[in-house]
Design a protein around this ligand. Structure first.
Ligand SMILES: [Zn+2]
Length: 207
C-alpha cells in the first residue's frame, strides 16, 4: 500500500481527468495501471514527465481505460452521500495494533473453527485470504485504517474459509449465523475501500 505522490489534471478527449501518480523506483520503462474509481492511478518510473503522461493517456489503449472514470462519476455522487450517512472515520493504528486486534478476533472464533496461522501483507485487491490448505489466513495491512467492527467482520469471513473454502450455501449459512446483515456489511466494506481511495491510500496490486 503506497501513498499517491502527485496529482495532476489531464485532458483526455476534452474531458478533465484527475490523475494520481506514484513515482516507483523499481520501474525502469514499464508503467503500471492501478485501480481507478474517481481518478486514474498510475505507477510510473521516477523521471516520467507530465507531458509523457498526457501523451500516454491519450493513446487509444489508455483512453478506453480512462473512460471508466467518466462512467464512475454518477456512481460517485451516490457513494459520497452514502458515505456521509455511514460516518466512517479512518483509524490511525500501527500494523502491530492491527495484528493485536486480528489475533483477538481469531481467538474469539477459534473454538468454532480452527486456530490458523496469521500473516499481514498486501494481497491482490482483497481484504483477506485463506490458503488452500485452510490453515493460514492473510490480511491486508490497509485494515489498520478501518473500524474494529469491520475488522471483526473480515476475520470472521476468513475464519469460515478454514471450514469451507468456497462462497457456497454452507459458507453463507455460517455467515448469517453471526451476521444476519452480512450483505449490508459487505457493501459497506466497499465504502471503506472508497474512503481509503479518497484519502489517497491505494492498495497496490503486486504481481
Ligand atoms: Zn471469501
Amino acid at each position: 500500500m503506497w501513498k499517491v505522490e502527485r496529482k495532476i489534471t489531464i485532458k483526455v478527449d476534452d474531458k478533465d481527468i484527475l490523475v494520481k501518480i506514484y513515482y516507483d523506483n523499481r520501474l525502469k520503462t514499464s508503467w503500471k495501471k492501478q485501480r481507478l474509481i474517481d481518478s486514474v492511478f498510475l505507477r510510473v518510473p521516477p523521471d516520467t514527465s507530465d507531458e509523457e503522461i498526457t501523451k500516454r493517456l491519450n493513446t487509444p489503449f489508455y483512453k478506453e481505460w480512462v473512460k471508466q472514470v467518466e462512467k464512475n462519476k454518477k456512481l460517485i455522487s451516490k457513494w459520497d452521500n452514502y458515505l456521509e450517512q455511514l460516518e466512517f472515520k479512518l483509524q490511525n493504528r500501527t500494523e502491530e495494533e492491527l495484528r493485536e486486534i486480528i489475533e483477538k478476533y481469531v481467538a474469539k472464533y477459534e473454538d468454532e473453527f480452527i486456530r490458523p496461522k496469521i500473516s499481514i501483507r498486501s494481497i491482490n485487491g482483497v481484504w483477506g485470504r485463506c490458503s488452500k490448505t485452510k490453515d493460514k489466513l492473510t490480511f491486508a495491512p490497509d485494515m489498520k485504517y478501518i473500524s474494529e467492527e469491520y475488522i471483526e467482520f473480515i476475520v470472521y469471513h476468513e475464519m469460515i474459509h478454514t471450514y469451507c473454502l468456497n462462497h457456497n450455501p454452507p459458507f453463507y449459512r455460517k455467515m448469517a449465523e453471526r451476521y444476519p446483515n452480512w450483505k449490508e456489511m459487505e457493501s459497506n466494506l466497499r465504502m471503506w475501500e472508497y474512503l481509503l481511495e479518497k484519502n489517497d491510500i491505494i492498495t497496490i496490486t503486486e504481481k
